[in-house]
Structure formats: C-alpha cells, structure tokens
Design a protein around this ligand. Structure first.
Ligand SMILES: C[S@@+](CC[C@H](N)C(=O)[O-])C[C@H]1O[C@@H](n2cnc3c(N)ncnc32)[C@H](O)[C@@H]1O
Length: 289
C-alpha cells in the first residue's frame, strides 16, 4: 500500500497533468479492464432497474463523477434517457472511452432487455442515437439549473468526497432534482488500496489514525473518507428526502477478519457489521414539497 501512496504522490506533483494525459492518450488510448467494465455494468443495470421500479422518469440524468469510461450513462441512454449531464473534477473521459462504453453496453443489450423488460430492438435503436450530453468538468452544483434533473446518480464516488463537502452537497442535489425526482448512489466502503494490493485486508484503512491517513492522499485522487454505512444514513437524513432503499451489503470475509484486527479507536463506536458493510446502496426520493 505505501508503495502505491509513494508513486501516486509523485504523480500528483507532475505539472500540466491534464494536458499530458490528453497527449499520451493520442498515442495510446485508455484501456479499461474487462472485469471493471463488467462490474460497472452489473451495478449500473441494478441501479437502472431499481430506479425504474421506483417509478423514475428517464428524462434528464445527472451523474456525479463519471470517471474514465461512461458505462452507466450509456445504460441510461439505452433505456431511453433523454439527456445526460456527466460531471467530474478531472477530465478523465474522452471520445475513445465514450466509444468503448457504448460498444460494451451495446454488447449487453440482451441482458438490459431481460432486466428491464424493454425490447432489445428499442435498446439498440436508443444506442444508435447520438448521446445528448453535457460534460461539466471541473464540476460544481452551481452549474446546474434548479429542478432540472429527474435522476441523480453516482457509483464509487461519494467515498472520495469529504464528509463536510458531502453535507453541503446534499441540499445542492435536492435543489437540482425535480419534485419527486430520485437519486441512486452506490458507495464502495472498502479500502481502495486493497484493489491493487491483495496483501492487505479490505478494511485495512480502519487501522490508521486521522494523521497517518492524511499522508495517503497528498494526491487528491486517492482521497477516501472512510465513512461507514451508518454515516451515510445520517447524512441523507434530511427533511424533504425520503429513503426508498438503504442497504449495506456486508462482506462476510471482512466481518470475520475484524475479530482479529485492531481498528483505530476512532472507529470504536461502529458495530462490526457496520464496519464490514462494504457496499452501500442508497435510493432516495425528493418529496414533492
Ligand atoms: C472511482 S471513480 C468512479 C468513476 C465512475 N463513476 C465509475 O463507476 O467507474 C471516482 C470518480 O469521481 C470523481 N469525483 C471525485 N470527487 C468528485 C466531485 N466532488 N464531483 C464530481 N466528481 C468527483 C473522480 O474524479 C473520479 O472520476
């Protein structure tokens, strides 16, 4: 893990990073891993189905933190979303990664049809239409018109936002949503350093004090807030929002591992189940008034 921290800290010190990224991508387009695309697709489809079952209108969909490959926006496009507002703090998406996402989602048209009940021919026809989208980057909710979004979604993004900024963002999300609009957030509550370093546990980050943890994200892209599932329940417990689904999926292996792991005292107030809820599924409705 510390090796990863070292290299990403050095990377963050490179000047003109966005310009260099663009030049490098001309020579070598970004290539995502098939496993990552498949997992994003699986979670994106789960999101779309849950939103459909909750009666969502697939008009304007705003995604917070689109990242490199816009798989989830293309799933929304395939089921007939009219307008996509894609956002990020860094311009990671480009034309090649958009094409990659479109082709991947098209290859999964049969699964989308099965899960949503929409005819496969309609899904393919939607995907053949040009994507009507804005890319707001660097993103700030100030750029979004009041009551303009039917849906706000995010996947593996909220864990990268500080609790203070998140608390400020929730009323902004409410402002951006139309009355009875819905939001779906999928949060990955696991230690992201474990994704590349399988020698550590998925809850390794709970061992560190706030100070030591600060050293891991001198490169802001590495920031993880370490909030647990119950913290999100508190954050979204706001007048005017109604929870439709608030599920924390417990990782049994992590739950067992906690028994022999020393977590930092800052996490003493959480139950083991709460600590080991590594995925949060959050579906929330904005009340009409
Ligand atoms: C782990 S990636 C997830 C990307 C994509 N949602 C996916 O599922 O593949 C997190 C993304 O959130 C973006 N991000 C972090 N903080 C953000 C913020 N405050 N507003 C918008 N995007 C943000 C990052 O730049 C990055 O693109």
């Amino acid at each position: 893990m510390w090796k990863q921290v070292f290299f990403s800290t050095v990377k963050s010190l490179i000047p003109f990073k966005n310009f260099l990224r663009q030049q490098l991508r001309v020579m070598r387009p970004y290539e995502s891993l098939h496993a990552n695309d498949s997992y994003a697709f699986e979670q994106g489809l789960e999101m779309v189905v849950a939103l459909k079952n909750a009666g969502a209108c697939f008009g304007t969909v705003l995604e917070i933190g689109t990242g490199w490959v816009p798989t989830i926006p293309y799933i929304f496009h395939s089921v007939g979303a009219k307008k996509l507002v894609l956002t990020d703090v860094e311009p990671l998406m480009d034309e090649a990664t958009r094409r990659q996402a479109r082709d991947f989602v098209e290859s999964q048209a049969e699964d989308i049809a099965l899960a949503t009940g929409i005819e496969q021919s309609e899904i393919l026809a939607n995907l053949r239409r040009p994507l009507d989208f804005d890319y707001l980057c660097p993103f700030d909710f100030e750029q979004v018109k009041k009551q303009s979004a039917d849906i706000i979604c995010s996947r593996t993004v909220l864990e990268h936002i500080s609790p203070k900024i998140l608390a400020d963002m929730i009323p902004q999300m409410m402002n951006a949503l139309k009355p009875a609009g819905l939001m779906f957030h999928i949060v990955d509550n696991s230690d992201h350093f474990e994704h590349k370093d399988k020698s550590i546990s998925r809850l390794n980050f709970l061992r560190y004090s706030k100070f030591v943890w600060l050293l891991t994200h001198i490169n802001k892209q590495e920031y993880q807030n370490r909030l647990r599932h119950s913290d999100y329940a508190k954050l979204f417990d706001v007048d005017g929002l109604e929870s439709v689904l608030f599920e924390g999926i417990i990782d049994e292996k992590s739950l067992v591992a906690l028994a022999s792991m020393n977590t930092h005292q800052d996490f003493n107030s959480y139950t083991d189940e709460d600590k080991a809820a590594l995925t949060s599924l959050i579906l929330i409705k904005k009340q009409c008034s």
